[in-house]
Design a protein around this ligand. Structure first.
Ligand SMILES: N[C@@H](CCOP(=O)(O)O)C(=O)O
Length: 493
């Protein structure tokens, strides 16, 4: 395979081709798949930035997903981005006053997850083709991934999907988006616990007796639609380049000028994609990790100590209510000199005592790129209001967290704020922030917000009004393994 990137576990030797890594989702030792030569595969920016969005996707994937044929990549790009987004730029760059904002929510479910989850099912189906196996996708969500994954995998051949969300800890619209999902191969279930409980149990499931038996007896393998799967992560790299391209086109920056990105962060997948874009040659100065009250990452970036032993806060930016940030492991891998033993040690400590401390050299390298800050609920609301009053731009609470943190840092270089979801997914909290008395009905709230701000309600969200709720299961975390095994047999029979 020459210089082709073989993916291997952050925690050891296990190696896979791209298709195998996508099918597996997570390595057998619990680590995440990475490729070592990422920083030696710089893209030719002059050529790359001339391409349209699908062209950038194909060029990048040709490098990183080398076992897909040209025909497969072209078909994947067409299916994912042909006519699924409501803006032909896919991720349009707009301005809130002087602040550049990359809107990532123009896909079918109105969250940034769509950019990758319109693509992952395409990649997964082609990786599965010709195999005597079926795949059960198991996904944990704190609100946005779940719906985007359900929508992307709906009725995919030989693939089933189960989504677990924390009961009472997602927005009303996020819940409705999931529990009304059509499709013969989908299931949705609430768990008694928080996102971390769901995600940890999903990871453990891959090593479980249930998974072993599904594979042996039913030829069903488990995979993931979370950003632990490299097939989820790679499509997200592209929009960092798209942002740079649009800034150049709008003559806001000079060719080669370094810029920064501010990323509302929970599971660290989105901001990690930005780091990968940097390693691939995009002139990025800083990546800003913006946290809500669950500020485990902000504390880590300040002290080098990752400590999840703290209270879990349920906030108005629920998709970021996370204390175990999975993809940090991949960033640490690159920053600590690609030392799997170190990673294994830190991740073992995290699992055993909920805490680890990185060495000073690694921390310095990290802080050279990553800055951070946090924002509480009250500041989030105030920020939504302040931005709206100052320039008429209406942002969702996650984007507002980023906006607040960015303002606190007062950087000198141009910085793009990533807007991760439509405000209409969080209408009640946005109206409250704008000092409007919200109606009891969520769809009237959408109309109120639309009237007030003269913005359009995303069709997919308003359509929920007439959709039937299909899923009402609520289970204990300890029952997740049995639930997935039963659903896999049911939907993939
Ligand atoms: N913020 C996410 C949590 C899962 O993150 P992912 O990027 O790893 O899928 C959500 O909204 O579900």
């Amino acid at each position: 395979m020459g210089n082709q990137p073989y993916y291997h576990s952050t925690r050891g030797e296990e190696r896979c081709s791209p298709k195998e890594a996508i099918l597996k989702g997570i390595a057998s030792d619990g680590g995440l798949f990475v490729w070592d030569d990422l920083d030696q595969m710089q893209l030719d920016l002059h050529t790359f930035l001339q391409l349209d969005y699908p062209g950038m996707v194909q060029t990048l994937f040709r490098r990183l997903l080398w076992d897909y044929s040209e025909e497969e990549l072209a078909a994947c790009a067409q299916a994912a981005y042909g006519d699924t987004f409501d803006d032909e730029r896919i991720t349009p760059l707009v301005f809130a006053g002087k602040q550049p904002v990359l809107e990532l929510f123009h896909g079918p479910t109105s969250a940034f997850k769509d950019v990758a989850l319109c693509m992952l099912p395409q990649l997964m189906s082609r990786a599965l083709a010709g195999k005597d196996e079926k795949v059960m996708i198991v996904t944990a969500t704190s609100g946005d991934t779940g719906k985007a994954a359900l929508s992307g995998f709906q009725d995919a051949e030989n693939i089933g999907i189960t989504v677990f969300y924390p009961q009472g800890k997602v927005s009303a619209i996020q819940r409705l988006q999931m529990v009304t999902q059509p499709g013969r191969n989908v299931s949705v279930c609430a768990i008694e616990g928080n996102f971390d409980d769901a995600q940890s149990s999903v990871k453990a499931l891959f090593q479980s007796e249930g998974a072993r038996r599904l594979k042996e007896e039913e030829h069903i393998v488990l995979s993931s639609a979370n950003s632990i799967n490299i097939g989820r992560l790679i499509p997200q790299i592209v929009y960092y380049f798209a942002a740079y391209q649009q800034l150049l086109q709008q003559e806001k920056i000079q060719w080669g000028e370094e810029i920064s990105f501010c990323v509302p962060t929970g599971n660290f997948g989105n901001v990690l994609a930005g780091y990968y874009a940097k390693l691939l040659g995009l002139p990025i100065r800083h990546l800003i990790v913006a946290a809500n009250e669950n500020k485990v990452l902000d504390d880590f970036l300040r002290t080098g100590i990752y400590d999840r032993n703290r209270s879990f806060h349920t906030t108005i930016s629920p998709s970021m209510d996370i204390l175990i940030s999975s993809n940090l492991e991949r960033m640490l891998y690159y920053m600590c000199g690609k030392d799997s033993e170190k990673i294994r040690g830190w991740m073992d400590e995290l699992a055993r005592v909920g805490r680890y401390q990185v060495d000073e050299e690694t921390l310095q390298k990290i802080r050279n790129v990553f800055l951070s800050g946090h924002c509480d609920n009250a500041q989030t609301s105030l920020q939504i209001e302040r931005v709206y009053r100052s320039c008429g731009y209406v942002m969702d609470p996650h984007t507002a967290v980023g906006s607040y943190v960015l303002e606190q840092l007062a950087l000198t270089e141009p910085c793009v704020l990533l807007s991760t979801a439509s405000p209409y997914k969080f209408t009640r909290d946005v109206l409250k922030a704008l000092q409007v008395e919200a109606a009891a009905d969520d769809f009237v709230c959408m109309e109120q917000l639309s009237e007030l701000t003269k913005t359009s309600i995303p069709q997919g969200l308003y359509a929920l009004k007439s959709m039937e709720e299909r899923f009402s299961d609520v289970i204990e975390v300890t029952d997740m393994e049995a639930y997935v095994c039963a659903k896999a047999k049911e939907v993939l029979k």
